[in-house]
Structures are given as structure tokens and as C-alpha cells.
Design a protein around this ligand. Structure first.
Ligand code: DHB
Ligand code: MG
Length: 621
């Protein structure tokens, strides 16, 4: 299908917007009127630029407050339309969006609306122009695509069709199967936008919070599937009003936009059971290892931390300064190579998590899906990773290694010589990884993980750091084997923002491990000298009151500096290590059917970490 984007979705001047859309690989653009008005370029020059860039001009929009105007205002609206048709001729646009009237003067009388659109159709037809009528969710009289369709049907003019915009339909909860009533050739254009589910005035929600399909919580896949059922063969185009998009790189946003359209097209095709050359997201994905890049100077300190947390060095890479650390079924890798990917990562970001190793049943299928989504594989010509396993570039420069299910044992055996140390056999697995990212990249990370691996969102948490608000979005695979939380903050002083600043960009900040015997584990951690994060006493007084815990249980939690939470399914215990070099840290959790991530405790944990903020002798952020 033809893939487009409205210029309003991107930051910068009109030229910058067009260049970014072309560079990302879009087929065409919707010229948003305000972008043209604000541009010093003439419509002819804009047309020439679109031609040079290989972009089709898919739509000119919006034309406002047209239908149902009283008295002299009716003629004025017709004159205005003729002026825009002239301009479209210069621009090379043959399609215009008329959005439903919002004016307080607008008459709701059905016959007038139909008559006005019919006359507009006559005028458009003389110019070879198609008019699409879109119901704005906050239109004065028309605010539902079902009404817009019934009007367009009654107008019954070949130059008048309907424009469907997923935001306007889905924000009002209009069932998508209502689209089946519309013949595909009467759909003049399709605009797509997702949005987080917010209980908010529709206009404000639309103008500030729209985002790309796969970044929000609206059922856009299903919407597109219904449109495909009508036989509609025109463009799918993104129309996003988003404050963060306006303030971020047009190139990066445009690249996300194309990824999002490819993703939603694929997802809709799958809902319809249509054959596809693009492999689906993997049915299962789980973490196999987490790789840490450190300088040779930091290596022994990190090794000491791993030992104190119960890990044993079980393997040495056969040719590189890379070691394997194990406890239970968790694998950590320390990469202290003086050259290559880990080295450059460490030089750029400091000691940090530079890669995740994920197990999938068919890694070639995931790599093919990644390529379709514009996610590049690290090639031989670039600095290769330190393991001979294919890797995908993640957002922010870290790598995602793909390990085939049947290759896991061979990967370890081929690359690492055993040291003879035996790992602690007690059960230990990875619960989740927490990434901290720039607020502008928060939605990019979500789209990456949702589109490539099919991870699903649960509710975003607003976490209160002593220095500001942190947004936290959990994502998980359908069986829960891979869980991530993405965290981002607008406020400069939060632990999240300090991490992004010190790290020179977003990355993984902590690894949470499941220890089913957390109380015993805590004792062992203390004996091995693990540096654990102390939690203040007031927290425990509140816990006892909130959950009705016995004095004994409360004292035991307090003594262990363990955090506690409970949901309908069960309970959760958490214990944090102090951070390594003010950067990353570990969490140990015990989950009893509990589904969340201890969001109510995050503020207490952040306050505990904040106490070390200015203490240079200590190692927290
Ligand atoms: O917010 C608006 O005014 C507006 C304008 C044009 C559109 O296509 C739209 O969906 C919204
Ligand atoms: Mg629209």
C-alpha cells in the first residue's frame, strides 16, 4: 500500500519535514495547511521539492468550517474552497480533506449539509479534485464516521468520499465493524493515529497526545483490518499531533512512523488471515544473557560485585577478554575487551549494559522481520559484537543478540572455556530489565519492542522520584518470559534523567532477578558482603497498616530492607543492590502470582537512592 505521513507529524520547517519523510522511505505526504502558510516556499517550489524527493502529494488538509454555514457565510465558504483548489493546482494535490464544521454558526440541518457538499463536489469535479469528508470527534453536528458516511452516501457524488481517521473513531469508542457499511471506493483517504488511553477532552487529547500505531492503546490494527475488508486500495497515512514529536528529530520520528505503518499493516493482515512474506513476531522470547561492557580498570570491581551477588565465573572466552558468570539459570557476561563493540560502548557510555542475548525459536525469522521494520542487523563491516551470534541494533546503540533455541548450548560451549567453578544451583531467573531512556525516545523504545517482538503493554505507572515525575511503561511477552520496563522523565534531577545524562543516552539501568526464596537469599547476600540499599523505617510502619501485616512479618521485612506489595493475584517482595559506579544495579524479587513490578514502592526506592546522590564516596547515582 502507499504509505504517507502528514507534515504536521514532524518537527522543523516544511523542507525539513519533507526531507525527513523522504529519507524514512514514505511514498508521499499530506501537506498540512499551516506548514505551507508558514513556509517561505511557493506552492510551486514545494511541488518541485516533493518531485525531487520522490514524494507524492497525497492530500491537502484541512479545509475547515465548510458545510451548513448560514447566509452569506455559505458563499464565502464556496469562494474559500475555490481559492484552495487554485492552490492545490500549483501544489500538485488532487485530494482535499474537509473536516466537519466546528463553528458555532454551523447549521445542523441535514439537507443543507448534503446540498453544500454536493455543490462542493460539482466544483471539485471541474478541477479533477476529490474531496474527502472527515468527522472530527468534536465536530459541532457531525462527530461520528457513521454520520459522515450517511451524509456522503446521500450526497452521492463521484467527487465526494469519506475520510476515516482512526483517532476520531476510536477515541469515541465507535465500533470498527461499522466501517463494513462503506464501499472501499467511497473512502477517499485513511489517516492513522494511536493514542494513550486518557480520560480527557477529545480535542485536547487529539492535539497533544496522538502517537504512532503501536505506541498507544487504541485498537488501530483492527481498524485497519476493517478498512482492508472494504477493498479500499488508497494510502495509509499517519496524522500525528504530538508535543514530543514537535520537539524531537524529524528524521528519527519519521523512521519510527514508517516502522509503525509497516507494523500495523502486518498486524491487520494477520487479523484477516492474509498470507504475508513478513514473519510474525516470535511466539516465545526469553533472555539468555545480559552483557556488561567495562574498562579493564573497572573489571575487578564488577567481578567483586557479581561475586557478592552470588554469581560464579564459570567460563572464559576462548580468545577475548570476556567472561561468563552464572547463578541459577542467569548468565551475565563481562566484556572488558580493549577493542571492538564493547570497548567503544564503554568509552561512550561508561560501564554499562551493552547487549541483551535473547532466545527465539527461529532467529532468521526475527532478523527478517527486523529488516522489514527498518531495524538493522550489525554487519561484518561494522565493529562486530564480541560473540559470534547475529545481533540487531537496539535504540540507543546497544545490541540485541538473537540466539536460536537449538544454538544456546553450542554458543556457550564453542565460545567459552569452562573455568571449573560451579554455579550456585538455587533457582534464579531474570524477571525483567529496566531501561531508562530520554523522554523523547520513550515511544520509540515502545514501538521497537512491540513491533519486533510483539511485547504487550500493561498500564503505565507515574512514579514519584524526589526530584520529579518518572513515567514507567511495562512491556511483556505473552508468556511473561521477557519483561521490560521503560522509564523516562522530563525533570532534570530525577535518577532517570541523571542516568541518561551520565550514560550519554538511554540504556538498561537495572536487572531484576527472581529468587523464589528471597528471605534466605537475603541472608546469603549479606554473608557474601553484597551492598544492599537500605530502606527507611517509616515505609514499614505504612506497610503494616496498609496490608495488615503482623509485627513479626513487618520486622522481618524491615530488617532485610525488603519492599513488599500485593495485588489481587498475590504478593511481591523486592530487594535492591546499590549501584555500580553510579550507573546500574540489581534487584531481587519474589513473585507469588503477582503481575506488576512493585510500582507503589518505586518512589520509596528512588528516595533511598537519592540519599547517595551527592556522596562521591559512595557509588549510587
Ligand atoms: O485537530 C484538528 O483540527 C484536525 C485537523 C485535521 C484533521 O485531519 C484532524 O484529524 C484533526
Ligand atoms: Mg484527521
Amino acid at each position: 500500500m502507499t504509505l504517507g505521513i502528514a507534515t504536521v507529524s514532524l518537527s522543523g520547517t516544511l523542507e525539513e519535514k519533507l526531507r525527513a519523510a523522504a529519507a524514512a522511505g514514505f511514498d508521499g505526504v499530506e501537506i498540512f495547511e499551516n506548514d505551507l502558510i508558514a513556509s517561505p516556499l511557493s506552492p510551486r517550489a514545494v511541488r518541485a521539492m516533493m518531485d525531487d524527493l520522490g514524494l507524492a502529494c497525497l492530500l491537502y488538509q484541512p479545509f475547515r468550517d465548510f458545510e451548513g454555514m448560514p447566509g452569506a457565510m455559505r458563499q464565502q465558504a464556496m469562494d474559500r474552497a475555490e481559492a484552495k483548489f487554485d492552490l492545490m493546482g500549483e501544489l500538485g494535490a488532487d485530494r482535499i480533506l474537509v473536516c466537519s464544521n466546528c463553528s458555532p454558526h454551523a447549521l445542523g440541518e441535514r439537507n443543507r449539509i448534503v446540498a453544500d457538499l454536493r455543490e462542493l463536489g460539482e466544483r471539485a469535479a471541474r478541477r479533477g479534485i476529490i474531496v474527502g469528508y472527515e468527522a472530527l470527534a468534536w465536530g459541532r453536528h457531525v462527530f461520528d464516521h457513521r454520520d459522515a458516511w450517511s451524509i456522503v452516501e446521500q450526497v452521492d457524488h463521484p467527487a465526494i468520499g469519506i475520510i476515516l481517521d482512526s483517532f476520531h473513531s476510536l477515541s469515541r469508542g465507535i465500533p470498527s465493524d461499522s466501517i463494513r457499511a462503506i464501499p472501499g471506493d467511497k473512502i477517499a483517504f485513511v489517516q492513522l493515529a494511536d493514542a494513550p488511553r486518557l480520560d480527557m477532552d477529545l480535542l485536547y487529547w487529539s492535539r497533544h497526545y496522538r502517537n504512532f500505531p503501536g505506541q498507544g492503546g487504541l485498537p488501530v490494527d483492527d481498524y485497519v483490518a476493517e478498512i482492508r475488508k472494504t477493498g479500499y486500495a488508497g494510502p495509509l497515512s499517519l496524522e500525528i499531533f504530538n508535543d514530543r514529536f514537535r520537539g524531537w528529530s524529524a528524521d528519527l520520528i519519521a523512521a519510527d512512523g514508517l516502522r509503525s505503518l509497516r507494523h500495523v499493516e502486518d498486524a491487520a493482515g494477520r487479523l484477516l488471515g492474509r498470507p504475508s512474506a513478513v514473519p510474525p513476531p516470535p511466539a516465545q522470547v526469553r533472555p539468555e544473557f545480559v552483557e556488561f561492557a567495562v574498562s579493564p580498570d573497572d573489571e575487578s570491581a564488577l567481578e567483586a560485585m557479581f561475586r557478592s551477588l552470588g554469581f560464579a565465573r564459570t567460563g572464559r572466552h576462548r580468545s577475548k577478554a570476556v567472561t561468563r558468570w552464572q547463578a541459577g539459570s542467569v548468565n551475565l557476561v563481562i566484556n572488558a575487551e580493549p577493542a571492538g563493540f564493547g570497548h567503544s560502548f564503554q568509552v561512550t557510555h561508561g560501564p554499562s549494559i551493552c547487549a541483551l542475548g535473547l532466545v527465539v525459536s527461529d532467529r532468521n525469522a526475527v532478523a527478517a522481520r527486523a529488516a522489514h521494520l527498518g531495524i538493522s542487523q550489525v554487519g561484518d563491516e561494522e565493529a562486530p559484537g564480541n560473540l559470534a551470534v547475529p545481533a540487531l541494533r537496539g535504540i540507543g546503540g546497544s545490541l540485541v543478540y538473537l540466539v536460536g533455541e537449538s544454538d544456546v548450548a553450542a554458543m556457550w560451549a564453542d565460545e567459552f572455556a569452562p573455568t571449573g567453578e560451579a554455579p550456585d544451583p538455587r533457582p534464579l531467573t531474570v524477571d525483567h530489565l529496566a531501561a531508562v531512556v530520554r523522554i523523547e525516545e520513550y515511544l520509540s523504545w515502545q514501538l521497537y519492542w512491540r513491533s519486533l517482538f510483539g511485547l504487550q503493554q500493561s498500564a503505565q505507572a507515574d512514579v514519584i522520584d524526589p526530584s520529579g515525575l518518572v513515567l514507567s511503561q511495562p512491556l511483556q511477552s505473552s508468556d511473561g518470559a521477557l519483561r521490560l520496563t521503560l522509564n523516562a522523565s522530563d525533570a532534570a534531577g530525577t535518577l532517570s534523567s541523571r542516568f541518561v545524562e551520565h550514560n550519554f543516552g538511554g540504556g538498561y539501568q537495572h536487572v531484576a532477578l527472581v529468587a523464589p526464596d528471597l528471605m534466605d537469599r537475603t541472608k546469603a547476600l549479606r554473608q557474601s558482603g553484597a551492598d544492599l540499599l537500605a530502606i527507611n523505617g517509616n515505609y514499614y510502619a505504612d506497610l503494616a497498616a496498609r496490608f495488615g501485616l503482623s509485627a513479626e512479618d513487618t520486622a522481618r521485612l524491615a530488617d532485610a530492607h525488603m519492599l513488599y506489595d500485593r495485588d489481587e493475584q498475590g504478593d511481591y517482595r523486592q530487594l535492591y543492590s546499590r549501584a555500580f559506579r553510579k550507573r546500574f544495579f540489581f534487584e531481587f524479587v519474589e513473585r507469588q502470582r503477582y503481575q506488576g513490578y512493585g510500582a507503589p514502592n518505586a518512589g520509596v526506592r528512588l528516595a533511598a537512592q537519592e540519599r547517595f546522590r551527592t556522596d562521591d564516596a559512595l557509588i549510587d547515582l
